[in-house]
Design a protein around this ligand. Structure first.
Ligand code: GCB
Length: 617
């Protein structure tokens, strides 16, 4: 367990200072910052840069936007003497892709992975009641030992640029909130809940919440569950225990109910530490061909998304987040996948509040030996594949396991997180992929106290019969572009046959698993109209989706459809991309294409629960 995984909360014993705002910023192409003493002496000729944000789209010149290598953020922070007998930490919700943290010139922490939080413990380097110089060296380079995976291209003049193996722009920087935290010496560092539901005699749901806390001391722990009115619903004493709630409000799709779990350490009458979280009570499991939420079979309607917006890049923006949730509700969605990396924690709290099912994805994307995986992904595997290289098992696996551990530790209590996606489109065509995948699947089972269903998205080049790892998945997720990358335009009728034939093969190969489509879609330029349709027109997008949906509706073991993508988004430049990927149902500025209205009609008709269950709101 790590303290970093606990979402920061101000309570009677904890204080937070949000460090969002303008920081000093500079590039370090020669990697000279440390040797030149920047962490203490200050950045040379810094410009100012907003945090949180990706630095890339703030600039007007290409060189800066594409910058690849080391870069620095720094600012002064005042740390009061009143905090002297406390733990003082700085928490980065994310630094993409790796960061080294210094205070007053002293190196305090290093973190690898651009989408999970980490802390640097500051006490040893603090100047109390004074201004302290906080400097962070960030690096955004990609390799086959990083997640996401990629490579580096070198231009004739020696400039290095990113060569991602994935289809989204390599937005970098302090993409999420940074906070200064003051917490007690003896403190809560971990909290886990697992819910069991049993029907009470009167037909209402009773819940048993098995919890476990981790603290740094030995004083008594008390956990209290408060309902939405703030009334106590149950409590227990001890570092671990069970809280029973007799008439529990369960968490359901579009009918969320959250209990506040107040965790406290007491020394007699004296409160030592206090932290809380808002948690929904629900169960999720796979049974034969169904995904069951609180025992009811559900149908997923939603999207693969990206954290991506104009100017902010991948920087967290609560306005964009709220607009996306409004769009999701308007269109009748009940779910999304955090393609292709863990999203900001605020997104999960909002999904908890609004009752959305989230398939939470680790940043294991680009596990195809290719520089354009999204395009090459459609052609059959040839030659040595990603997992045939022994260095992948040796060097990538530990990175993958660490990223997964941080993801599950951070997100394990969210009611909205109902499944884990352990890879996006890995090349599982070789038997050499199996031992690697086994390790990742086993780790997820072990790390997750709630034992949520696990899966990965299967890529077109590993169609039914080619993929060697399907036996590991608790349910199947398919990414298919038949009618776009395969048999597009006038050949769309063939695309239908190709997909239907494949689904019949799956039916035989995996007769006991539910399937969902986690990607399907076609690039569409908003405002391009053609009669008859041509690829890229809004009419073609309508026809494409009609074909897909007709197919989905003819297989009752397909229990979810998550088109690609909620919105248009930015990618690396290339001949297949027009200022980014245009498969959005909405534009990048969050306005509907014609297809959004068709989906809205369909999804408001399709039920969330396949057994006609209607949850109490
Ligand atoms: C995929 C990838 C996704 C791409 C998408 C596309 O298979 O998972 O990252 O953006 O295809 O549009 O090509």
């Amino acid at each position: 367990m790590s303290f970093a995984a606990l979402y920061p909360r101000t309570t009677r014993t904890r204080w937070i200072e949000d460090l969002s705002g303008m920081w000093d910023f500079c590039f370090d192409p020669q990697r000279e910052g440390e040797a030149a003493g920047w962490p203490k002496a200050g950045l040379p000729h810094p410009r100012t840069m907003p945090v949180p944000a990706s630095f890339n789209d703030v600039f007007t010149d290409k060189e800066s936007r594409e910058y690849y290598g080391d870069f620095w953020y720094a600012r002064k922070v005042f740390i009061p003497a009143a905090w002297k007998d406390r733990n003082v930490d700085v928490r980065f919700d994310a630094a993409t892709h790796r960061a080294t943290v210094y205070l007053n010139g002293q190196k305090l922490a290093f973190h690898e992975g651009g989408f999970t939080p980490f802390v640097a413990h500051l006490n040893d380097a603090v100047l109390w009641d004074d201004w302290n110089y906080l400097a962070v060296k960030v690096n955004n380079e990609l390799s086959e030992q990083t997640l996401p995976a990629g490579g580096t291209a070198t231009l004739h003049d020696g400039t290095k640029i990113a060569a991602p193996y994935f289809d989204f722009f390599n937005y970098s920087g302090l993409n999420r909130t940074v906070r200064l935290l003051a917490t007690p010496q003896e403190r809560i560092e971990g909290f886990t809940v697992v819910t069991e539901i049993a029907d009470a005699a009167d037909g209402s749901a009773g819940a048993q919440i098995h919890y476990k806390t981790e603290t740094t001391g030995t004083h008594a722990v008390r956990v209290t569950a408060l309902d939405e009115e703030g009334q106590e619903a149950g409590h227990a004493e001890g570092a671990q225990g069970t809280i029973t709630i007799d008439h529990a409000h369960l968490w359901n799709l579009h009918a969320a109910y959250l209990y506040t779990f107040m965790v406290e350490i007491w020394d007699g009458e004296k409160l030592i530490d206090q932290w809380f979280d808002e948690i929904g009570l629900r169960t999720v499991e796979i049974s034969h061909r169904s995904i069951l939420l609180n025992g009811h079979p559900i149908y997923l309607k939603g999207f693969g998304r990206h954290e991506d917006s104009n100017l902010h890049g991948r920087g967290f923006d609560p306005v964009v987040m709220q607009r996306d949730f409004e769009l999701l509700e308007w269109i009748g969605a009940n779910s999304f996948r955090t393609s292709h990396y863990p999203y900001a924690e605020e997104e999960l709290y909002e999904a908890d509040r609004r009752g959305f099912f989230v398939i939470d994805e680790v940043a294991a994307v680009g596990m195809l030996r290719s520089t354009k995986n999204f395009a090459d992904a459609t052609t059959k595997a040839q030659g040595a594949t990603f997992f045939d290289d022994p260095s992948v098992m040796e060097k990538m696996l530990p990175v993958h396991l660490q990223a997964l551990k941080e993801l599950i530790e951070r997100d394990k209590n969210h009611a909205s997180v109902c499944a884990w996606s352990l890879f996006n489109e890995p090349d599982f065509s070789s038997p050499n992929a199996v031992p690697y995948a086994e390790k990742v699947f086993e780790a997820a089972r072990e790390l997750d106290p709630q034992k949520r269903p696990r899966s990965y998205t299967n890529v077109t080049r590993c169609r039914a019969g080619i993929d060697k790892c399907t036996h590991l998945a608790d349910f199947m997720m398919l990414n298919r572009y038949d009618g776009w990358y395969v048999s597009g335009g006038p050949r769309i009728a063939d695309a239908r046959d190709i997909l239907v034939e494949e689904l019949h093969t799956w039916e035989e190969l995996e007769p006991d698993k539910p399937f969902i489509f986690t990607e399907y879609g076609c690039d569409t330029m908003a405002g391009l109209h053609k009669l008859p349709s041509v690829m890229w027109s809004e009419e073609y997008q309508l026809e494409y989706f009609e074909v897909q949906h007709e197919i989905f509706d003819s297989f009752d073991w397909i229990v979810g459809e998550l088109p690609w993508n909620l919105c248009d988004f930015q990618t690396t430049e290339g001949v297949l991309r027009v200022d980014g990927n245009k498969k959005g149902i909405f534009t990048r500025d969050r306005q509907p294409k014609a297809i959004a209205h068709l989906l809205r009609k369909r999804w408001h008709t399709l039920p969330d629960y396949l057994d006609d269950f209607v949850p109490e709101k």
